[in-house]
Design a protein around this ligand. Sequence first.
Ligand code: MG
Length: 291
Amino acid sequence: MSLRCSQKSVVGFAALGVFGLLAFTANRDSPKEATEVGQIHQAMMDSASNPQGVLPTRSKVWPVHDMKRPQPSMVEPGTTGTGSTPGTAPSDATVLLGPGSGMGAWDHDRWTVGADGVMQVKSGTGDVRSKDSFGDCQLHIEWMIPADRDCNGQGGCNSGVFFLDKYEVQILGSNPNQTYPDGQAGAMYAQYPPLVNPCRPNGEWNEYDIIFTSPRFNEDGSLKSPGTATVIFNGVVVQNHSTFMGVTSHGSKATYKKHSPEGQIRLQDHGDPISFANIWVRPLQPKTLAW
Ligand code: MG
């Protein structure tokens, strides 16, 4: 083989290599592929999985396994509560009630609270509301019915946690306790019963983890997307992305009326000495894309 021929071969192989690299790069980031991903993204934006239309505007199509994507923030997890001992909050949560917190996060201090972070309803003093407002969020709350309390339907062992001061997830001594099912512990009150009843006996701590999404409204006041809640009760799913029919009401059909997507967390004084511990909130950002 002559030197000239050899040089031609090297140039040829180099050209093929460059061409292959260009073809590979073009294939990875081709406008066609980006368009397809963009269409999928748009479908997500429009789909029922994103009824609020609150996904961020896509500024970049992330290739699969792109190391340049922002890493998720590190969070120190809290401890899990048990029937006899409340847990603790994760490091990035807004703590509404915990050891040493007092009633500082709430709009009045007429309920009793100990240094251990256990708060109890003082009957007749009124509901308490968080000073801060929250919208889409994860809420954790632990509650206990006194061991000697007699629960009789909706009487004796009743409270509730409200989102935006309006949407109630029922708190009720329910082990055992016969009442209307959409008023049992874990119910979206007067709307949906819990799927099952994992309530612990009186004298033991129960816990809810609730993922709440605020309703959204159009400019003209019509409903754009309803509020939803997923409720995990003592580790058991009792509401699976259930849809609020409207603002919680008693004995009447719930309806919506336009309001802010943020509001206070409210705990109900229903006249019963329910105890609370380890209450925290984590505001949730809009969903992030898979691409
Ligand atoms: Mg209630």
